[in-house]
Ligand binder design. Structure first.
Ligand SMILES: Nc1nc2c(c(=O)[nH]1)N[C@H]1C(S)=C(S)[C@@H](COP(=O)(O)O)O[C@H]1N2
Ligand SMILES: [Mo]
Length: 367
């Protein structure tokens, strides 16, 4: 008799020198990143936004889809899309980043979706605010977590489950989270959670539950897989670890010049140019971006473009005059909470929340 344990192995870390496996390649071919030249767009076109789907895209019908709000509430609610669309409508520009972004830069490599640095996007999400809906249902005293259930189903590390995430009730009752039904002014695409998803501005991607079908208020912490087992910062396999929550600050460089096909090395001609990119944090607005073109020996301040969207990335730019030679370019973001990016990797078994400074190799041709 087959059991889920026969099908689904435990989490592991790659052996020293072990290349990307066929399993990682299969995940990488399903879950694409944002090509980094798309850092040029303030709002990421939907087809260029990164994608992360644990199981399969479920087959949902917007006309018959419903959302249930129940659990530790006074009045359970049951709403269809028309009822949600009739509620107050808000649009927010929000940067989403997968908690595993940067994973393959860690040594040893946690074996999972093998992101380099492209698991990010900045979209305009339209929907209805979550908090008023929770207040209408009447959140009971002693509520601890709000559980969000997606319509997708699978097995992960031996545990069969619907995709579910618990969010602390204080976070769920902030004015920012949205029940979104549109992305960039168009109905959500199937891969981005159609017909309804949660958006939790400032939090890593795993919190933004797609294909949302249920909201359950709990009078205890949610101990399900995605909160208690996955998405925790751990050094050792058995330890409880620390939950992954808000996005650590990061700046990325829009790849300058033109690329070599295989190595992706960047090639420039000598003379003046402008380096630019985006920077974001889920803790507080970005206040500073520094740039180095000599591999980190010297840093200089870039100009950060102001933005009214608190949880959206900000553009930065830095003028640079190049001479023939080889350079390593990096940008480093700091936010208003004082958090910044490390120049040495901070390792954990899942490869989460790794905001190591990016290094971009640039060759400037001789004329
Ligand atoms: N129901 C459901 N929601 C989900 C996921 C999922 O697999 N199932 N993946 C999460 C993760 S890990 C990330 S990073 C984001 C990715 O959102 P996107 O694909 O729209 O960019 O969705 C989150 N929401
Ligand atoms: Mo993710």
């Amino acid at each position: 008799m087959t059991t889920v344990d026969d099908l689904s192995g435990p989490a592991r870390v790659a052996e020293a020198g072990e290349g990307i496996t066929a399993e990682e390649l299969r995940l990488a071919a399903r879950n694409h990143g944002m090509p980094l030249e798309a850092l040029r767009y303030d709002v990421t076109p939907a087809g260029l936004h990164y994608l992360l789907i644990h199981y399969d895209i479920p087959d949902l019908d917007a006309a018959s889809h419903t959302l249930t709000v129940d659990g530790h509430v006074d009045t359970p609610l049951h709403l269809d899309l028309a009822a949600l669309r009739a509620r107050p409508r808000v649009t927010r520009r929000v940067t989403l980043e997968c908690a595993g972004n940067g994973r393959t830069l860690l040594e040893p490599r946690p074996v999972s979706q093998p992101w380099v640095l492209e698991a990010v996007g900045n979209a305009e999400w339209t929907g209805t605010p979550l908090a008023p809906l929770l207040r209408e249902a009447g959140v009971g005293d002693g509520a601890v977590d709000v559980l969000f259930t997606g319509a997708d189903h699978g097995i992960e590390r031996g545990v069969e489950q619907d995709y579910q995430r618990g969010l602390p009730v204080a976070e769920a009752l902030r004015e920012e989270p949205l029940l979104a039904y549109e992305m960039n002014g168009a109905p959500l695409l199937p891969q981005h959670g159609a017909p309804l998803r949660l958006i939790v501005p400032g939090w890593y991607g795993m919190a933004h539950v797609k294909w949302l079908r249920g909201i359950t208020v709990l009078d205890r912490a949610f101990e399900g897989y995605q909160n208690a087992v996955a998405y925790r910062l751990r050094q050792e396999a058995g330890e409880p670890g620390v939950p992954v929550t808000r996005i650590e600050p990061r700046a990325l460089v829009r790849p300058p010049g033109f690329p070599d096909f295989m190595s992706r090395a960047r090639v420039l001609r000598p003379g003046p140019c402008v380096l630019d990119g985006r920077a974001w944090s889920g803790h507080a607005p970005i206040t500073r971006v520094e740039v180095t073109t000599d591999g980190g020996d010297t840093w200089a301040d870039a100009t950060v473009v102001r933005s009214d969207d608190e949880w959206a990335w900000r553009r930065w730019e830095y003028p640079w005059t190049t001479e023939p030679g080889r350079y390593t370019v990096s940008a480093r973001a700091t936010d208003a909470s004082g958090r910044t990016q490390p120049v040495r990797p901070q390792w954990n078994r899942g490869g989460f929340a790794n905001n190591l400074v990016q290094r971009v190799d640039v060759a400037v041709l001789a004329g």
